[in-house]
Design a protein around this ligand. Sequence first.
Ligand code: ADP
Ligand code: MG
Length: 381
Amino acid sequence: MNLDALSKGFKAIFDCEPTGIASSPGRVNLIGEFTDYNDGYVLPCALEFTTQVAFAQRGDDLIVVHSFQYPNEQDSFNLADEITQGDSQWGNYIRAVAFVLKRSGKKLKGMNLLIESNVPQGAGLSSSAALEVAVGGAFNHVSDLGLSKQGLALFGQQAENDFMDCQCGIMDQLISAKGQKNNALLIDCESLETKSVSIPEDLNLVIINSNYPRKLVDSEYNQRRIDCEQAAKKLGIKTLRHGTIEMLNVAKPDLTSNEYKRAHHVISENSRVIKATEALKNNDMASLCALMAASHYSLKHDFEVTVPATDGLVEICKGALQSRGAVRMTGGGFGGAIVCLCRDDDIKLIKQAVEDNYTQNFNLEASIFVCKAADGFLIME
Ligand code: ADP
Ligand code: MG
């Protein structure tokens, strides 16, 4: 939707012009999975899909929010009252952001908000982080909070952790806030330091959502976190970021089999991220291919978060790409999406291979998104 249409929609609902639009994108992670909450490295990029939040200050303490994606539902709450869960599932994300900002002592002003997004929801592109960062950006602007992009990301993560009860790491919000066009971002999740890594111009990001129905994800996800924390404790380190394979092997007798495998994934994945950063810089497809294949193998056998549908998609794409493209599962696992890095000519080969093999073998329809890396959060006035 163009900005004019969003402004018109805002006027039709609120009978006033928006004073600005906060925009924040979805993301894909190239490599570094489940490393963020272990203080490790990740290499995501922001996408051209964005969530836009048109805003205007109100004269009272209410937040009133509409979304073009949920036309029959609105949410409103009073900033002066205790902020609790409401009846609107999506409205809770706005409450969540207000809740964590208010909890930190920020003085917030009432606003009208209208959300519009082309980030597919629940497709592994992190529409929730895009929403949290954009909404945080609207609060930041209207209430003059002086938050940096990193600050917006941290509050977005807190919103998801402490109000939405999803124990995600910092990656999704930080890349949504700080992404840069044509670049991936190497994030050190311990220091939150970021370095942009230029993506060779001839490489495309092809993201394929398996559309596998996710089940029991939260408990599995949280169990992985606990296994990682236990493993770090037994290795005598703060987080697995500080572990090495040698340390892991020394401590092996003390670890449960799952703790060992989870830690093996995280420690090996961290070193793959650093190597992949170099390979990307040098447009070294052979190395990218090997590193992403090793990441997928580790996610399948050590972290055990793939499903036959995502393993199958990776195999299908590998068959089509051979050594010309790199592929692995991406995101939170237990379904979700895979990502391929490949050149223009190979896009149609991948699409054909998925069309010919996926539905037939897995009884699911895949969604394919061909993207380039885009800019992160911005405010338009
Ligand atoms: P994802 O992988 O896309 O982040 P989540 O389940 O974490 O999936 O987040 C999706 C949720 O985010 C939706 O169910 C909805 O509550 C909220 N959301 C995302 N985009 C929008 C939007 N445009 N309008 C309102 N809510 C949205
Ligand atoms: Mg999400």
